[in-house]
Design a protein. Structure first.
Length: 219
């Protein structure tokens, strides 16, 4: 069977694309990558070939099409059960799904005021009462998951899981905006940044030439 194919956007900006891409890399699942630069004149036509929603990421597995980052991660967990992409423990898996869904649907202030731009450095910017509340909630999630479920490894639930893939772009946003972390949260962020797969994504982002102005405005 041919490998799955993942269509992604610009690596410097596309936080949603990073999530399933990192999961695939970390799980050692062979896949082909199709990169579609976003917000360019030809973007809409290119995206339409891969995604019914016209957005990335989108996964093709034979005749199966899956779009939306969390849906892709769930599909991969079912498609490759031996990879154990969710925690095996029922209670841990319930929490992992909950915090992943919270990341998927929430934290709108963080997204608005601290957009992902790997090449940028904006220390001290993007702080609003709502974005600071989002940061505090994320730190609380990381701290709680590590304390309750992280004994068997360095990630939120011990071993790398979908939950870590969902929060990886947040680690990059914190780096860009100079968010100071302490204790468990600091250690967790350092663990994620040390992943060879994430370093590969960041290196690719550094050499991209596209600049999307709406993501380069200072908050």
């Amino acid at each position: 069977m041919p490998p799955v194919t993942l269509a992604i956007g610009n690596k410097n900006y596309s936080s949603w694309s990073l999530r399933p891409w990192l999961l695939l890399r970390q799980a050692g699942i062979t896949f082909e990558e199709v990169r579609i630069p976003l917000y360019a004149p030809e973007s809409a036509a290119a995206l339409a070939k891969w995604s019914p929603s016209g957005k990335v990421p989108a996964l093709h597995d034979g005749d199966i099409r899956v779009w939306d980052s969390l849906a892709i991660c769930e599909y991969l967990a079912e498609r490759f059960p031996d990879k154990e992409l969710w925690p095996s423990d029922v209670a841990a898996r319930a929490v992992a799904r909950s915090v992943s869904a919270e990341m998927h649907s929430g934290f709108t202030a963080l997204r608005e005021h601290m957009s992902m731009s790997i090449r940028a450095r904006r220390p001290g910017r993007g702080r609003t009462p709502k974005s600071l509340a989002d940061i505090a909630r994320i730190v609380s999630i990381w701290t709680d998951c590590r304390a309750r479920f992280g004994a068997d490894g360095d990630f939120l639930f011990g071993r790398f899981s979908i939950a870590d893939a969902m929060y990886a772009p947040v680690v990059l946003r914190f780096l860009t905006y100079g968010v100071v972390l302490e204790g468990v949260a600091k250690g967790y962020a350092e663990t994620v940044l040390a992943l060879p797969a994430l370093k590969e994504w960041m290196a690719d982002a550094e050499v991209e030439t596209e600049r999307i102005e709406q993501f380069e405005r200072d908050a």
